[in-house]
Design a protein around this ligand. Structure first.
Ligand SMILES: [Zn+2]
Ligand SMILES: [Zn+2]
Length: 361
C-alpha cells in the first residue's frame, strides 16, 4: 500500500520551502523504503530551491540522512528490514564506462529509485540527489543504502552522506594527503573541517585552517588544525608561506570555491604542490590568470566530487573511526531541529552560524 508522509518540498524557484504530504509507493524489486531518523541541512538543498541545479520543480529536498530500512523490494540483498543505514547519493552501477574501467567513484549512472514519489495530487517529485530525505520516509534504490554500525548517533552518521564525506575524501582520497605533508584548508565550515580531520588522519604534520571567522577557526582546532589564519587580517598567501618555512603547503584544499580563494590556493602551495577544489563555484564565476603560471608552478590541480568516495567502503570506516574516538563526527552537529525549521536553518547556514543543522524525526 502506498503511504502518505510529511516532507519538505521546494514547489517553486526561490520560494520558501513548505511541508507537504507526499506519497511513497511500495518498493519495486530493487528499491527500499527507509524510515528517516535524521537529515542534515546542506548548501545543495538551497541550490535546488534556488533553481541552481535544474528546473525540475517540485523538489523533495534532503540528502544527508540516516534511518532504518522499513520495507525492501523482492530482489534486494544488501540490506534487510531494521538495518540502520546512511543514504549515499552515489550508488555505482557497475556497468558504466567509469565502473568498468575500475573507477566506480566516477560513476555517472547512480541507480536511484525508479518509482516516483508524488504530491497528493499525483505530481511527481524530483528527489534531491536521488534521495529526498527531508521526509518521514523515502524511497531509494538499494545501492543508496549503506549499512552502518548500530551504535552510531544517526544525527552525526547521516552527515557522512554528503558534506563530511566530501571534505574528508578531498584530503584522504583526492589529494591524497601523505604522511608528513603540510596542508592548508580554506573555508572552515562542515566540508572544510572534515578535510582538516581527514588530513590529520592521513598523517599531515601541519594542518592550517583559514577562515574569516574566528569562531570557525576555533571549531577547526577542535578537528585537529595545528595553526589558524584569519583571512581578514592580511595576505593569506604570505601567511601560509611563513607558516611553512617559506615554501607554502604541499596541499591546499579550497573548501569555499570562489575565484579569490582558488587563486590563494594556487599561489600559496609549494612549487609542484597540489590544489584540491571541493567547494562548489556558481556557474557565473570566472577565473583569469596568466597561463604561464600554470606551467611554471607545476603540480596538480584537482577537483573532488563527493570526496572521490566509495560509500560502501568509506561510510562504515568513518563510523568505526567515530566509535573509536578518532573522528569527532558528533562535532559537526551544531543543532538538532524539527522538520518545520528547515527554511530557518537555510538562513542560519547562509550566515555561517552553524556547521550543520540536523533535522531529527
Ligand atoms: Zn557506473
Ligand atoms: Zn550535501
Amino acid at each position: 500500500m502506498p503511504q502518505e508522509v510529511r516532507g519538505v518540498v521546494a514547489l517553486k524557484k526561490s520560494a520558501p520551502v513548505s511541508i507537504e504530504t507526499i506519497v511513497i509507493p511500495d518498493p519495486g524489486p530493487s528499491e527500499v523504503v527507509v524510515r528517516i531518523e535524521t537529515c542534515g541541512v546542506c548548501h545543495t538543498d538551497l541550490h535546488y530551491r534556488e533553481g541552481g541545479i535544474n528546473d525540475e520543480f517540485p523538489f523533495l529536498l534532503g540528502h544527508e540522512a540516516a534511518g532504518r530500512v522499513e520495507t525492501v523490494g523482492s530482489a534486494v540483498t544488501r540490506v534487510a528490514v531494521g538495518d540502520r543505514v546512511v543514504l549515499a547519493w552515489r550508488a555505482p552501477c557497475g556497468e558504466c564506462r567509469a565502473c568498468l574501467r575500475g573507477r566506480p567513484w566516477l560513476c555517472f549512472d547512480s541507480r536511484h529509485q525508479g518509482s516516483p514519489m508524488t504530491l497528493q495530487d499525483g505530481t511527481p517529485l524530483s528527489p534531491a540527489l536521488g534521495l529526498g530525505a527531508f521526509a518521514e520516509k523515502t524511497l531509494v534504490g538499494e545501492g543508496a543504502c549503506i549499512k552502518v554500525d548500530e551504535r552510531v548517533d544517526p544525527a552525526a552518521a547521516g552527515l557522512l552522506g554528503c558534506g563530511v564525506m566530501a571534505g574528508w575524501g578531498a584530503a584522504v582520497n583526492t589529494a591524497p594527503v601523505r604522511q608528513g605533508d603540510t596542508v592548508a584548508v580554506l573555508g572552515c565550515g562542515g566540508v572544510g573541517d572534515a578535510a582538516i580531520a581527514g588530513a590529520v588522519y592521513a598523517g599531515a604534520r601541519q594542518v592550517i585552517a583559514v577562515d574569516l571567522d574566528d569562531r570557525k577557526l576555533e571549531w577547526a582546532k577542535g578537528f585537529g588544525a595545528t595553526h589558524t589564519v584569519n583571512a581578514g587580517s592580511g595576505d593569506v598567501v604570505q601567511a601560509l608561506r611563513e607558516l611553512t618555512g617559506g615554501f607554502g603547503p604541499d596541499v591546499v584544499i579550497d573548501a569555499v570555491g570562489r575565484p579569490e580563494t582558488y587563486k590563494q590556493a594556487f599561489e600559496a602551495r609549494e612549487l609542484a604542490g597540489t590544489v584540491v577544489l571541493v567547494g562548489v563555484p556558481t556557474p557565473s564565476m570566472q577565473l583569469e590568470m596568466p597561463l604561464i603560471d600554470f606551467f611554471g608552478h607545476g603540480g596538480a590541480l584537482k577537483s573532488s566530487w563527493y570526496g572521490d568516495c566509495l560509500p560502501s567502503r568509506d561510510f562504515p570506516l568513518l563510523v568505526e573511526l567515530s566509535l573509536q574516538g578518532r573522528l569527532d563526527l558528533d562535532g559537526f552537529v551544531t543543532e538538532r531541529i524539527a522538520l518545520e525549521d528547515v527554511e530557518e536553518a537555510f538562513h542560519r547556514m547562509e550566515k555561517g552560524e552553524v556547521l550543520r543543522s540536523v533535522v531529527v524525526f
